[in-house]
Design a protein around this ligand. Sequence first.
Ligand code: GUN
Length: 290
Amino acid sequence: MTAQVIDGKAFAAGLRTRVAAGVARLKAEHGITPGLAVVLVGEDPASQVYVRNKGEQTRAAGMNSFEFKLPADASEQELLERVAALNADPAVNGILVQLPLPRHMDAAKVIDLIDPAKDVDGFHVVNAGKLAVGAEGLVPCTPLGCLMLVKDRLGGNLAGLNAVVIGRSNIVGKPMAHLLLKESCTVTIAHSKTRDLPALARSADILVAAVGIPQLVKGDWVKPGATVIDVGINRVPKLDGSGTRLVGDVDYASAAEVAGHITPVPGGVGPMTIACLLANCLTAACAQAG
Ligand code: GUN
């Protein structure tokens, strides 16, 4: 079998169009333009690219984009004061503090200060807790995007399917598992201490890889016909030694021979993250409008 490729780039473009239509309606009917604030601390090149892309796509969707840059040696107190000011600003509906933060800052403390109603990353414990108990809240963007891709491919009803999530991060693995559980999947979270990971992975109808280990998941870890979602973005040296290339946590060539549906890297899950961020900002703005 050769898997059907899940085109996340195209799906994300469609989602951004739907968000833009929702933004236009909110403006026309309530006179509200959603605003997204992104705070970047330091000069990390990958983070700078993310933040630039977020700003461009936010404006393209018709929303206001506010960007705040703090130097790498800014104090944690300065960042906390910036977050407090954004919490109080009615023009700001969504707040995102770009991670990772410099080592002298406590990310949990910073995220804790963000108003949960403006927490478009869905990282605040209030939103994590709401997801865990099945209540409405803001959901982390990457797992939300993964779920949209899976539901689009499998016709919406995931009840009873075996889902294995490799990775237990607060940003992807745990919220992904909760989202799949809400869809009535039978969910297992695997991690670095899991015994016989290949056998467990082979039990999955839906296999999500989010561990940050390049090409960990091989074709013989995949159940024939399974839906494979690759969250990994790993930069590895090219085989011919000329620079680097991006690979996922899945060994795409061998997995695509066995899977039913598979996301590529790049062009799979990646573009969904910012599209879902915009969707979350619109959701937050609508909720704040009452
Ligand atoms: N750094 C890389 N991805 C993300 C993200 O989705 N949110 C935040 N806040 N930081 C990131």
